[in-house]
Design a protein around this ligand. Structure first.
Ligand SMILES: NC(=O)C1=CN([C@@H]2O[C@H](COP(=O)(O)OP(=O)(O)OC[C@H]3O[C@@H](n4cnc5c(N)ncnc54)[C@H](OP(=O)(O)O)[C@@H]3O)[C@@H](O)[C@H]2O)C=CC1
Ligand SMILES: N[C@@H](CC=O)C(=O)O
Ligand code: NA
Length: 358
């Protein structure tokens, strides 16, 4: 049996807890849950249950969050423990090397550790190689879609990556699939209306500038690049920021949304120019071993697979020596259920490594 210490029981974290506790094939025991303010640690005899962790976290028995104490509690148990970081916190991400060296496994959808400063990435790889514990982060790219596991298989079988290109953001996929459709409706929505709909459907970050500025996609491209052995860095990657210059300093998300119609004419012209060339607009990330990695808005012909995308799907094409006609992974790439699924798959990988005959 594996113990779990959950950090960040928000949208994704609470869905993950609910998925693993429903497992009919394996048993997992939650021994700690922590949000940014409070944490609860289980007593040996009473693991936290799906119905009890929320109440306990809100009760007076919850103590102020102290991740060092949480890790010590997790490491003091007889059974192995997986720390599940469901935050987007840099401070939590910085703890991974210490936890791995304490023998605590780590799984996470948090992109910060793997796309942040290279020394942290290097230290995590080094700590994992020391062999006490494993780290998996499939959901950091394409949520539950098997992107990092596919890349790992390509690398470990000795294939050579020529290019990885894809639509990595659920939000920006929805936005351009609708705003720049190969079959536009007779009364198409404006750019700002489409951003507004994406926001109301819950696809955008609380402040849609965090999607439109390209940083979320950039982080995913950096992670893929590093996993492919290319030491990409956020500070040097070419990233096209789509937030219009005059709206970058809007005081908050609401003010930004109110001002966004000012940019409609600009995006309508880009869309019209693409249409004249029988193309659509797509926001695409590219990992290029020859130094041309980028994140940008680009035109794609109507017959291209990226043009046919629907909803908020992600699509990632791996062009390699073995796959000159690219290996394509496509499907829902955002949302709590699919993100938690990817984390659950990582958890099962650790469980299989530790109990190969279970
Ligand atoms: N939603 C999606 O489609 C996808 C999400 N992800 C990633 O999943 C992660 C979680 O996203 P989501 O569930 O939407 O986020 P939420 O904002 O819903 O939840 C974040 C949780 O983290 C907790 N937290 C924040 N900082 C700390 C800290 N320093 N110590 C302990 N707990 C902390 C918060 O606690 P509190 O409530 O106290 O603030 C909250 O419980 C993010 O990294 C996101 O990028 C990845 C792929 C897809
Ligand atoms: N905001 C992201 C969520 C997953 O990383 C997206 O839209 O893809
Ligand atoms: Na993934």
């Amino acid at each position: 049996m594996l113990n779990l210490a959950i950090i960040g029981p928000g949208l994704v974290g609470s869905e993950f807890i609910s998925q693993v506790l429903k497992s009919t094939t394996r048993t997992f025991r939650i021994i700690a849950v922590s949000n940014s303010k409070r944490m609860v640690l289980s007593q040996t005899t009473a693991p936290l249950t799906n119905s009890s962790w929320k109440t306990q976290l809100e009760s007076p028995s919850a103590t102020p969050t102290d991740l060092a104490k949480l890790a010590a509690h997790a490491a003091s148990q007889q059974e192995p423990c997986v720390v599940v970081d469901c935050t987007s916190s840099d401070a939590v991400a910085e703890c991974y090397p210490v936890w791995l060296r304490m023998g605590l496994h780590v799984i996470t959808p948090n992109k910060k550790a793997f796309s942040g400063p290279l020394p942290l990435w290097d230290d995590i790889q080094k700590a994992a190689k020391e062999g006490k514990a494993h780290v998996f982060h499939e959901s950091t790219v394409g949520a539950g879609l098997p992107i990092l596991s596919t890349l790992r298989d390509l690398i470990e079988t000795g294939d050579d990556i020529t290019r990885i290109e894809g639509i990595f953001s659920g939000t920006l996929s929805y936005l351009f699939n609708n705003f720049s459709s190969p079959n536009p409706p007779t009364t198409p929505s404006t750019f700002s209306q489409t951003v507004s709909t994406a926001k109301s459907l819950g696809y955008t970050e609380p402040d849609p500038r965090d999607d439109l500025n390209g940083m979320d996609v950039a982080r995913k491209v950096v992670i893929l690049g590093r996993c492919a052995g290319i030491p990409l860095d956020l500070t040097t990657l070419h990233v096209e920021n789509m937030v219009p210059e005059q709206l970058r300093n809007a005081p908050n998300a609401d003010a930004f949304m109110q001002q966004l119609p000012e940019a409609d004419a600009h995006f309508a012209k880009l869309n019209e120019d693409a249409r004249k060339e029988q193309c659509v607009l797509r926001y695409v990330g590219c990992v290029d071993p020859n130094g041309q990695s980028s994140v940008k808005l680009a035109k794609y012909p109507l017959a291209h697979p990226f043009a046919a995308l629907t909803g908020s799907d992600n699509v990632i094409a791996f062009t390699t020596r073995i796959f000159p006609s690219p290996l394509i992974v496509q499907g829902a790439g955002a949302g709590a259920a699919v993100t938690a699924f990817g984390m659950f798959c990582d958890l099962l990988k650790i469980d299989r490594i530790l109990s190969p005959h279970a």
